[in-house]
Design a binder for this molecule. Structure first.
Ligand code: OVV
Length: 402
């Protein structure tokens, strides 16, 4: 292993976590990072990196030392101008973060979402009707990209026109957590048009009267946040709420097509469906990385870290750390995957995770009822993104249960 060189007592690893090679198949690199040590220096970006479960959890727990207000990506907002005004929830620390999170959290908890379940299930049924009628489908283009677009924009209360801007915007945002590489440049080709549309949809007047958007503005009317902050929280939903769930559903379909015996287990025991989605998020974590920034001089596992340093957390690697997980590279729906950091951990843990679970459960429940086997029907095509791990195409053949 190439770990002889050290920096401040930590191994130096000469990898580019945002290169095509790394993003295409991150797992050998993850192992290298984990095995090199608890804290690793990546000279290419001058960042500290952690890929073991324990250290990743530790950093996510200590929001005072490892803050979010300097950005959730590589760019340090203390030194560089952010590509957009920072998110007032993701890229904010307490006390601001508590106030904004306090507005979003009650809208997105399980009780609040129960109202949406029936509508989601209906849409899932129609989607599976048409998928089964065709038998050969693309798991991404016909299912994973379609379903979230059918349910989430309506739940927010968006107008119908222009929704094609949602995915390009999320793609920009998630690529923007990485360096200004080719993926970034490609994503930002139509940045102005896409951003203008998004910002327009965040206005009170653009939103229906019964969605998450209207509920956020109601919090402004109640004095919890300002009118302008309400618009920013709608922007957060539009940034974080769609691509992530698409990638999550893609991961589920890919996992079950790759491990048909796991699909059979769920068909025999549908109670496994919920834990199975957690295992999907552990095994093929849609959000692979996030950054924090040190607020003061500190140390992790004996490695001294200066103030104002970027710390790169490999969530996807922590979710496969053999120090924490038995047979981590095995997809096993019977395992207790609870405790994975695929939704993050600590005060910034995904506020929309119950929406993600609801969407996945709707689609998977309908598939489990009616599809005996999901078979790979061609080569999956990877879609590279500086933060997200997923596919642009997943050829599948569905075998109807009789
Ligand atoms: C990409 C992303 C993830 C989570 C939150 C946000 C964005 C935000 O805009 O708040």
């Amino acid at each position: 292993m190439q770990t002889e060189a050290h920096y401040q007592g930590a191994p130096i690893l000469d990898v580019d976590p945002f290169s095509t090679e790394f993003l295409t198949d991150p797992y050998p690199f993850h192992e290298q990072l984990r095995e090199a040590g608890p804290v690793v220096w990546i000279p290419k970006y001058k960042v500290w990196a952690m890929a073991r479960y324990e250290e990743v959890r530790h950093v996510l727990d200590d929001w005072e030392t490892f803050c979010s207000s300097a950005g959730g990506g590589l760019s340090n907002f203390n030194q560089e101008k952010p590509w957009r005004p920072p998110s007032i929830i993701l890229e904010a620390d307490p006390p601001m973060h508590n106030r904004t999170r306090g507005v979003l959290a009650p809208l997105l908890n399980r009780a609040a979402l129960n109202k949406l379940r029936e509508g989601f299930d209906e849409k899932a049924k129609l989607l599976v009707d048409s998928a089964l009628a065709r038998q050969e489908v693309d798991g991404v283009k016909d299912i994973a990209e379609v379903f979230p677009l059918q349910v989430f924009p309506d739940a927010v209360g968006l107008q119908k026109e222009g929704r094609e801007n949602l995915l390009p915007y999320a793609n920009m945002a998630f690529n923007a957590f990485g360096p200004r590489n080719e993926l970034f440049e490609e994503a930002f080709k139509e940045a102005e048009k896409v951003t203008d549309w998004i910002m327009n949809q965040c206005r009170r007047e653009a939103l229906s009267e019964d969605g998450f958007g209207a509920q956020i503005y109601a919090a402004a009317d109640a004095g919890e946040i300002s009118e302008q902050e309400a618009g920013m929280l709608v922007r957060s939903l539009l940034t974080a709420g769609l691509d992530t769930t698409m990638y999550g559903i893609t991961s589920a379909l890919y996992s079950f097509a790759s491990f048909p015996e796991q699909w059979s287990l769920i068909r025999e025991n549908p109670a496994l469906l919920r834990p199975a989605f957690e295992e999907v998020v552990r095994f093929q974590s849609p959000v692979q990385t996030f950054f924090r920034t040190t607020t003061c001089k500190t140390q992790v596992a004996g490695v001294p870290i200066d103030a104002d340093q970027k710390v790169l957390l490999f969530l996807g690697a922590a979710n496969r750390d053999p120090r924490r997980w038995e047979a981590p590279d095995t997809f096993d729906v019977r395992r207790r995957a609870v405790g994975h950091v695929g939704f993050g951990h600590g005060i910034h843990v995904c506020v929309g995770q119950m929406v993600a679970r609801l969407e996945a459960e709707s689609v998977l429940t309908e598939l489990v009822k009616r599809v005996e086997r999901i078979e790979l029907n061609g080569e999956p095509v990877r879609r590279l993104n500086n933060t997200l791990r997923g596919l642009s195409s997943l050829p599948l053949k569905l075998y109807a249960a009789d």
